[in-house]
Design a protein around this ligand. Structure first.
Ligand code: 13P
Ligand code: SF4
Length: 309
């Protein structure tokens, strides 16, 4: 951290204590934010922490909008603020509620499982949500033989490899533009340059990338894998914020980005300055219309029931 960041960080920590607030940050946040956060995790980790949190009066969610909305759903009595109010995940926008409605009409016998990276209106129309860390478990827990799954077609492909059920992706080609940047060529080149390295990829990567990776998992699953693995070198195919965390918290191993420009601009909209202002002014708050909130909450709660946390 530079001098200016340190001063701001101190002000944030002081205010956070005074207000009994909790700062939760996703693994893709800027390193200076991760450093002062109370908790850094993947999307299910943040959901769970928000659900378990009993003492904090204010939750500052340094994430993208859908993650903060999930926190509101699980914690309707708490005030949730997001530092960058325009931090929207473009993949979530690929699945408007109308498309879910049409798919339900077309496949009335199918269950609907939506990735948490979705708009609240779409979540309100599904049976259960999932994250990248539990998508297979959620799908396999269902009675239905066919499952409408969205919006990420790469995660849908990953789930299809681990289930006997029929997965129907909606939309046909929903994707994360950051994970789409990784190519088979990047991985093959990294393998050539680092023959001893293990290759870790997020299930939002394209099938051809997933097929040549050694380990597929959510951001926190990748993080824990590098701790548990006896290997010393890792090629990482996900947003570079996770690599910042690995380098800071587990020095002594080498983490090589599979593509160094894989940066999520929505995640990076959060800054120390915006966190300070969000804490001070207790806004922008994240709120949802009651009817949507009620239905969407059921889908998120059902996910946490299935995964047992
Ligand atoms: P994780 O649940 O793996 O943290 O993924 C969230 C996300 O937005 C990945 O792009
Ligand atoms: Fe959305 Fe991709 Fe950014 Fe995750 S990395 S928030 S899926 S755009």
């Amino acid at each position: 951290m530079n001098k200016q960041q340190k001063e701001l960080a101190e002000k944030i920590l002081k205010l956070k204590n005074e207000k009994r607030a909790l700062l939760l940050a996703h693994n893709y946040q800027r390193p200076e934010i991760q450093e002062i956060a109370d908790y850094v995790a993947d999307s299910i980790g943040l959901c769970r922490r928000a659900q378990q949190e009993k003492n904090a009066e204010l939750l500052v969610f340094s994430t993208v909008n859908f993650m903060a909305e999930s926190a509101v759903m699980l914690n309707p009595d708490k005030k949730v603020v997001i530092p960058a109010k325009n931090a929207f995940c473009p993949m979530a926008a690929m699945l408007p509620a109308e498309k879910v409605k049409l798919a339900k009409k077309k496949y009335p016998d199918a269950a609907v499982v939506l990735y948490v990276n979705t708009l609240a209106e779409a979540k309100a129309m599904c049976d259960v949500c999932c994250t990248s860390s539990n998508a297979v478990q959620v799908v396999n827990s269902l009675d239905e033989e066919r499952v409408i799954f969205g919006p990420d077609s790469n995660l849908a492909w990953y789930v299809q490899q681990h289930t006997d059920k029929e997965i129907i992706p909606i939309p046909q080609r929903g994707f994360c533009y950051v994970h789409k940047l990784f190519s088979e060529g990047d991985i093959l080149l990294a393998r050539e340059q680092h023959p001893d390295a293990e290759v870790l990829a997020h299930p939002e990567c394209k099938p051809e990338v997933q097929c040549i990776a050694d380990f597929i998992g959510s951001t926190s699953q990748m993080y824990h894998h590098t701790i548990e693995s006896p290997k010393k070198e890792f090629v990482i195919a996900t947003e570079t914020g996770l690599i910042d965390r690995m380098k800071r918290e587990q020095p002594g191993k080498e983490y090589i980005p599979a593509y160094s420009e894989a940066i999520c601009s929505a995640m990076k909209l959060n800054t120390l300055e915006k966190i300070y202002l969000a804490l001070k002014n207790e806004e922008p708050t994240v709120t949802l219309p009651k009817p949507i909130m009620k239905k969407a909450r059921k889908a998120v709660e059902r996910m946490t029931e299935i995964t047992g946390r």
